[in-house]
Write a protein that binds this ligand. Structure first.
Ligand code: DGP
Length: 121
């Protein structure tokens, strides 16, 4: 699978579609999820064209990875969830239920989130 430059997050990065921006640095952009599942639900995406978590971890430079992770921390700090805690999710591929083929991490918080997954094999 090759990166699709017409995916919705690529359009947000190019400014073709608006977003509720929370934070931006040289390597990452963070904005509120359009369908929030918690009081705080922010998506953090790299500015580079990476389709998934695997693609990003395999191919991104050390600077891109550092910039991305710093953005995750900045969002946690800015949204006030550092002390109470929060959850990071990176849905990847078909079994991971990844809908948008541009790597993104969901940062969720603002209430107790319960167990990570329902039991099941
Ligand atoms: P997933 O690929 O399943 O990890 O989740 C994609 C998320 O992206 C989903 O929670 C909804 C969100 N989303 C989809 N389209 C848009 C959009 O145009 N704007 C924003 N802010 N979020 C979007």
């Amino acid at each position: 699978m090759s990166y699709d430059p017409q995916n919705i997050f690529a359009k947000i990065l190019r400014g073709e579609i608006p977003c509720d921006k929370i934070y931006e640095n040289g390597h990452a952009l963070a904005f509120r999820d359009i369908h929030p599942k918690a009081p705080v639900h922010v998506l953090i995406i790299p500015k580079g064209a990476y389709e998934s978590s695997s693609d990003f971890s395999e191919k991104a430079s050390a600077e891109e990875i550092a910039g991305f992770m710093r953005a995750v921390h900045a969002v946690a700090e800015q949204t006030g969830v550092l002390d109470a805690g929060y959850r990071l999710i990176a849905n990847t591929g078909a079994n991971g239920h990844q809908e948008v083929p541009h790597f993104h991490v969901h940062l969720l918080g603002g209430r107790p989130l319960g167990a990570m997954l329902q039991a099941g094999r």
